[in-house]
Each structure stands twice: as C-alpha cells, then as structure tokens.
Write a protein that binds this ligand. Structure first.
Ligand SMILES: Cc1cc2nc3c(=O)[nH]c(=O)nc-3n(C[C@H](O)[C@H](O)[C@H](O)COP(=O)(O)O)c2cc1C
Length: 330
C-alpha cells in the first residue's frame, strides 16, 4: 500500500489545533515548520515572545509549547496518523523543541478521542461550585498526566488554601517590579481591541470577593470597564502538576501533560483555570510543593470544577506561525 501523503491542508489543520493551546499571557510563543515530503512538523520556540522578567529561564514558554505539541499529536491521531515525537533532536539548536513524525501505523485511539475538546477548552476565571470532583473524574485526570510522564496530585484543603496566599504574595511582588508589571501590561488588553494575542479583558473573570480560589487577577490597576465582583468557591479543587526532574525536556513533558489533563477535564464537563504566579518566584515555588505528596517539581497549579466555560480567546493567524517546506511527494 502506498504511504499516505501529508499535504498543505492537512498540515494546516494540525498547526491550527496546536495553536489552540494555552500559553502564558496568551503570548503564543511557538512556530511550526512542516516538511511535507518527510511528513514531519517541527515545533520551535519563538524567542520574540519570551518574558525575560517573569519567565527568565523560559520554563513557562516551554510548558505552553508542550501544550501545543500535545494538541498537534492529538489532532494527528484524530486524522489517522500515528506520531513519533523527538524532544530536542538537535543539541545545537535549543529553539527546536520537538519534531513530530507522522507514520502510517495505527493511531493512538485514546489521544484521538480527545480531539473534539481542543476547540472547546478555555481558561475559566469565574467562580466554580463548591463541589468536589467525582473520584472517577479525578482518576481520569491523574491518568491523563501519567500517560504524558507527569504527576497530578490534589492536595488537601489546608494546602489548597495556602496556595491562595502564595498567589497573592506573588501578585503583590510582581506589581512592585517595574519589568514584570510592564510585561503584564504588554500582554493584557483590558479594553476590547483587535489584538490577536494577549489576555482580553472579557476573559479576566470577576474580581474575587471572598473564597479561597487561587486565580490570577490580570486587571492590576487597569480594570476593564464594568467589571463585576463575585464570591469564589471556599474549597477549590486545586491540583498540582509535577515532573520528577526540572530540565527543559521536563517542561515540555509537563506542557503535554497539562493539555491532556485539560482536554480530559473539558470532556468530563469540568471548567479549569491555571495559576503560575507563585511558580515565577523560586522561594514561593518551593512552598507550592505539597510536603504530603510526591508531586516532584511543580510545573503548574490547576483549579477545576463546575462553572462557566471560559470565553474564546484570540490566536494569531496561521500565516504568522507556520512555514511549509518541500513538496508532498514521498
Ligand atoms: C505556562 C502557563 C502559565 C499560565 N499562567 C496563568 C496564570 O497565572 N493565571 C491565569 O489565569 N492563566 C494562566 N495561564 C493560562 C493563559 O492565560 C491562557 O491559556 C491564555 O490566556 C489563553 O487563553 P485560553 O486558555 O482561554 O485559551 C497560563 C498558561 C500557561 C501555559
């Protein structure tokens, strides 16, 4: 049987799915190079979208690109491809994060089944119900992280509440550092505009009036007009995502695990938000780690629960993030 060709339309569909991934401040720090003849897609970091003050070692940048990589693999599986992924295949090119090769073997059915959730997943910074996540769904989320080489743990209510204090400490500190405050301003758009990047004011959610949910307040001193306030849940369902080590390859693994967890949560009817603020300070990051669990190096703090789905946020056009190389002949 002749090998199946990858054409430009098929490649664009994969990259479109990849770009739906979450990224810090919606900076979308990724570029994709599709080699049609080789049936490979390179995932590259875009250093122009790094945040030197808030993310000096580019850990968060890698997590976002890892999430995009997960979406790309998921869309490829749904399109009938088996994927083989090499992380950092060129030791001399640190911006080449991964190469995904499409093969004719049977696709990963578990990944393929998550594809419809890619477009539905969005961050929800709205209050969730004060209700626990059913044990079966918790088990599915834990398994989603494990399948990508990471650990997901749900700390107890005491530790979850202490995370709120850490997030608030981080928020105060960041506001006092001009470089970090400038980065936040660069990537937030309190008043609706036509930007195809950054966090729009309509996605900030209400200002928190009580409750213990650790949710970043993107408003800072620039409140979107007409923003309301609301009580958040008192006992949030908080989860920590971690990896055994803390290398750039682990950050990519964490990003893939994060997205697989989020797609699994979306399928279960759960909303989710992410909080990385406390992870942006090494002393606070150490405290985020729950001493009672074996989560390893914490790469993300998640909040899941029953609440409004997050609104659709903008993405850059494919023409700006995608390059096609070679012809489709094998
Ligand atoms: C590494 C990383 C860090 C993030 N940190 C936060 C955060 O601290 N607070 C928050 O509300 N969202 C955070 N997010 C979510 C992004 O803000 C969100 O993905 C982006 O604005 C795009 O919106 P969407 O998730 O609705 O598609 C983070 C996402 C990633 C990948």
């Amino acid at each position: 049987m002749a090998a199946r060709a990858l054409d430009a339309t098929g490649a664009a569909e994969l990259v479109h799915a990849a770009t739906a991934a979450p990224s810090m401040h919606n900076a979308q720090p990724w570029l994709f190079r599709c080699h049609l003849g080789h049936r490979t897609v390179e995932v590259r970091a875009d250093p122009a979208r790094a945040m030197p003050a808030s993310d000096p070692d580019r850990r968060s940048l890698h997590v976002g690109c890892g999430a995009a990589l997960c979406n790309l693999r998921t869309a490829a599986a749904a399109a009938g491809w088996r994927t083989e992924t090499a992380l950092f295949p060129d030791p001399d090119d640190a911006l080449l994060l991964a190469v995904v090769r499409l093969t004719d073997a049977a696709p990963d059915a578990a990944l393929a089944s998550l594809e419809p959730q890619i477009a539905r997943r969005h961050s929800s910074r709205w209050p969730f119900a004060d209700e626990p996540v059913p044990p079966g769904d918790v088990a599915d989320l834990v398994e989603a992280a494990r399948a990508e080489g990471a650990a997901l743990v749900f700390p107890d209510a005491w530790h979850a509440a202490s995370l709120l204090d850490l997030v608030q400490d981080a928020e105060v500190r960041a506001a006092e550092e001009p470089d970090r405050a400038a980065e936040l301003a660069r990537w937030t758009h309190p008043v609706p505009d036509t930007a195809d990047e950054g966090v729009p004011g309509y996605a900030y959610g209400p200002r928190r009036r009580g409750g213990a949910a650790p949710v970043r307040d993107f408003a800072g001193r620039s409140e979107p007009p007409g923003r309301s306030s609301a009580p958040f849940e008192a006992a949030p369902n908080v989860a920590l995502l971690g990896t055994a080590q803390d290398t750039p390859a682990d950050w990519l693994r964490a990003g893939q695990a994060l997205e697989r967890v989020l797609l699994t949560a979306t399928r279960a009817g759960l909303a989710a938000s992410l909080t990385s603020e406390a992870l942006e300070w090494s002393d606070l990051r150490a405290l985020v780690r729950d001493p009672l669990t074996d989560v390893g190096q914490v790469q993300m703090v998640l909040r899941v629960g029953y609440g409004p789905r997050g609104p659709t946020t903008p993405r850059r056009p494919l023409t700006e993030v995608m390059e096609i190389v070679g012809n489709p002949r094998l």
